[in-house]
Design a protein around this ligand. Structure first.
Ligand code: ADP
Ligand code: MG
Length: 822
């Protein structure tokens, strides 16, 4: 029986693999075809018959009604379903992934004799919480009986490379370009401690996009011309088969071009008259490289970003570990090695880029103890053991607690021994405490696994059967740092700003609690009212520019009393080591404590029309900005626009929006690209706005200066000086959010000062009379106020102002109530 999980699975978009760690070696388990990797494809030729892998992959083009691939890109989306016509079923992405996992689990069973009950499964670092959750769901559906821990793909890759050579001190960068996702990670290795410093990635950047770009930009136009195909577009259902075949041909050619300068395509397509026609095309390396260029550029920019966030430069990185099928392409390798246009970091391909993730997952799995389902037999002795399965010391500690049919533990003892140790080792008899506990140190052999027998001797000196009666501890050179949170996590506030509560990069597991306040009242009489707390992941300050991964709601029926505005709401996030999250909102005011749970399975992608509108809006904004930039805008604006251009973001977004009608994965890609683009444009627009905002802030500060002179006290002077300092700093740093915040504070200080002025009630009265709707009562109040002013009657005027405030029309009450920070 294994003490540790030992199995690691790379559940890839295109290919999956399973590896196992045994004692001191890691083995990639081959599938039935004798391959190290299994294509992540499912084919259902008839009800209850499921094929996974090579055969299924081949059917994706020839039998698209009954086969599916690349479903990983749809993980975590609530509505995504794939229909299998002949089987008559519709499967969700987790169900499809489960089929792949089952197939890998069966290969493992074939290899080791029994199907593993758990495995470490890898996910892209860029995966959001709902995508991780969907992966865990898939593991359960696949029949794993014990929870499968998740680990991020680049982290796993680093673990595979970090297996030995503990003395090395180095920084590495993992560059993982797969079929559907891209991940970059900065890893540090120091004194036997291996940890990921920073991640950056794109869950929708992969070889698939290169294939489609080849189809859309080169092959489809050529085929349409040559065969006279009308309205030959990907979203035209008439041409569905042709596009599926061109996509497969494009991928095949792309792979061939890694070894040759040109590839000859021969594709049987449906012609204009419905008959079969052969389309021929010779694709050259140059064409491929030019088409793939914007995608490479984007990946490289993401690496630069990860480096910047880790406060490192390319020169600090010793090796670039290449992972994923796309890194087999010479065009990409040349580009990466180029110090000017690439990263200029030495490339390392010593481990096979297509299995390194599964290997690393197995390495990690060997450090995780398998939770034993204690089959405690009545009348027998059992022991609960606590120890680390892999350690860097040679004298680890083992603790335990014995339970069973004894009236007391006096006179009982345990012995741990390793007769095969070099030299053989035994603890001798360790007496148990009154509660049956013991703690001891054991000697283990360097660089290998040591197995111990655990024996129980009763108070009469007789050995008694004990479960478990063995344990093994491995000595390893390298210790793996914790898994980290891939994206900042928090909630959206009433003003639509993002309030991050857990920052990207914190070590998992972790939790955090913060108190917020309701922005408005929640009345039980108002059935439609709801306190809505969107849960977001991302790094942008505007809420809507981040990804919604769930939502918490508190409805009138959930509370026992009306909640006044400003009611405290305590939001707690808990993230476990697999990045699975629980979010809870407590309202302490309500006696029966209210808890809301996040529903991560409800993330949807807007439909094609919405995406089209969004695309049109984005393109308009972009045009406007291009205009500003060319008419002498700042160089910052021009630089950012150039980068958007170089990464081909708009072209990709346009293609993916068009494909969104026929491909949920494309819709998800389009949404991600557009959100990213909008956020970029926010930044560019903000940069363009800076001069005007700076001027506004200066004006406010000057006004405050004048007022402080007449009405201020020393405390005001100190505050104003501080405000000036922070404002200068914000403008210098070109930090728009900070400038806006200072404008806010300056405004509040001005208001404060004005309130102290003897003229304040008059100023307020003048403002209020403008806001009142004309009516008899209002007219009378206004006259009363004017008389009070004429008579210098200050208390009288205050009273009038109070009554006027009560007469103000109530603003349209928003039914959706958000939270605010105090
Ligand atoms: P994933 O992580 O998505 O499962 P892989 O790491 O196996 O995928 O990478 C699959 C991607 O790599 C596909 O887009 C595939 O076309 C591409 N690919 C595989 N082999 C090569 C090659 N020799 N040259 C270029 N691209 C390749
Ligand atoms: Mg991969």
């Amino acid at each position: 029986m294994r003490d540790t999980i030992d199995f690691g699975i790379d559940l890839g978009t295109t290919n999956s693999a399973i590896a196992v760690a045994d004692d001191d070696t890691v083995t990639v388990i081959k599938n039935n075809d004798g391959w190290d990797t299994t294509p992540s494809a499912v084919w259902m030729p008839k009800p209850d018959l499921v094929h996974v892998g090579r055969r299924a992959r081949e059917r994706v083009e020839s039998d698209p009604e009954n086969a599916a691939a690349e479903f990983k890109l749809e993980m975590g989306l609530a509505d995504a379903r794939t229909s299998f016509a002949r089987a008559g079923v519709r499967l969700s992405p987790p169900q499809l992934s489960a089929e792949v996992l089952k197939s890998l689990r069966a290969d493992a069973a074939h290899h080791t004799g029994t199907p593993p009950d758990a495995a470490v499964i890898t996910v892209p670092a860029a995966f959001t919480l709902n995508q991780n959750k969907a992966t865990t769901d898939a593991a359960l559906l696949a029949g794993f009986t014990t929870a499968c821990p998740l680990v991020q793909e680049p982290t796993a890759a680093a673990f595979a490379y970090g297996f030995d050579d503990a003395d090395e001190r180095a920084y590495w960068m993992v560059f993982d370009f797969g079929g559907g996702t891209f991940d970059a990670a900065v890893v540090s290795k120091r004194d036997g401690d291996l940890r990921v410093l920073d991640h950056s990635g794109d869950p929708y950047l992969g070889g698939k996009l290169i294939d489609w770009a080849l189809v859309e930009r080169i092959l489809a136009p050529a085929a349409a011309r040559e065969l006279g195909l009308e309205e030959f577009r990907r979203d035209n259902p008439r041409w569905r088969y042709n596009f599926a075949k061109l996509k497969a041909a494009a991928e095949e050619a792309k792979i061939l071009l890694s070894r040759m300068d040109q590839a000859d395509l021969l594709v049987d397509l449906t012609g204009a008259d419905g008959g079969s026609e052969t389309f021929e095309y010779t694709l050259r390396r140059g064409e491929l490289d030019a088409t793939a260029e914007p995608f490479y550029e984007r990946a490289i920019n993401l690496c630069r970003r990860a480096l910047k966030e880790a406060a490192l430069g390319p020169a600090d990185i010793d090796r670039l570990l290449l992972v994923g099928g796309v890194t087999l392409s010479p065009g990409l390798r040349e580009r990466l090695a180029d110090p000017r246009h690439g990263l200029g970091i030495e490339l390392d391909v010593s481990l096979d880029p297509t299995t390194v993730v599964a290997r690393g997952a197995a390495v990690f799995a060997a450090t995780l103890r398998r939770p034993r389902t204690q089959t405690r037999v009545e009348g027998e002795f059992a022991v609960d053991l606590a120890y680390e399965p892999i350690v860097t010391t040679t004298r680890p500690t083992v603790a335990g607690r014995v339970s069973g049919p004894a009236t007391g533990w006096g006179g009982h003892s345990v012995t741990l021994s390793n007769p095969e140790g070099r030299p053989p080792f035994t603890t001798g008899r360790i007496p148990l405490s009154d509660t049956g506990h013991f703690v001891t140190e054991v000697d283990i052999d360097k660089g290998r696994t040591s197995r111990f027998r655990v024996e129980l001797i009763d108070d009469r000196g007789a050995p008694r059967p004990l479960t478990p009666d063995t344990l093994s501890i491995k000595h390893g050179e390298v210790e793996f740092g914790g898994v980290r949170l891939a994206h900042s996590l928090g909630i959206q506030l009433a003003d639509r700003a993002f309030a991050p509560m857990l920052r990207k990069g914190v070590t998992l597991p972790t939790s955090v609690r913060e108190v917020f306040h309701t922005a408005a009242a929640l009345r039980r009489s108002d059935a439609d009212a709801v306190i809505r707390i969107p849960v977001l992941q991302g790094e942008r300050s505007r809420g809507e520019r981040n990804r919604v991964v769930g939502q918490l709601e508190i409805r009138p029926k959930d509370v026992t009393i009306d909640l006044p505005p400003g009611t405290e709401v305590e939001v707690t996030f808990e993230v476990d080591a697999s990045s699975l999250v629980t979010v809870v909102a407590d309202v302490p005011l309500v006696q029966t404590q209210f808890e809301g749970e996040i529903n991560l399975s409800d993330v949807r992608i807007p439909d094609a029309e919405v995406l089209e509108t969004l695309l049109a809006e984005t393109e308009r904004r972009l045009d406007t900005l291009r205009g500003t930039a060319s008419s002498g805008g700042s160089s910052d604006v021009a630089g950012r626009l150039a980068r958007i251009e170089a990464e081909g973001t708009v072209t990709t977004a346009r293609e993916q929006v068009r494909a969104a009608r026929v491909d949920v994965g494309a819709a998800a890609t389009a949404e991600e690209r557009l959100r990213e683009l909008q956020a970029e444009l926010d930044d560019v627009e903000d940069a363009a706005l800076l001069p005007a905002l700076a001027e506004e802030l200066d004006g406010l500060l000057d006004e405050a200066d004048r007022l402080v002179d007449v009405l201020g006290d020393p405390a005001d002077r100190v505050e104003l000086a501080g405000l000036r300092g922070r404002s200068r700093e914000a403008i210098r740093a070109r930090d728009i959010a900070a400038v806006r915040a200072q404008i806010d504070r300056a405004g509040r200080l001005l208001m404060e000062l004005e309130r102290r002025s003897p003229d304040w009630p008059v100023t307020l009265f003048q403002g209020l009379r403008e806001m009142l709707e004309p009516s008899g009562g209002a007219q009378a109040l206004i006259q009363e106020g004017e008389r009070a002013i004429a008579a210098g009657d200050r208390p009288g005027l205050d009273g009038v102002n109070q009554r006027m405030i009560r007469m103000l029309p109530k603003g349209e009450q928003d039914k959706i109530i958000g939270l605010v920070r105090r």
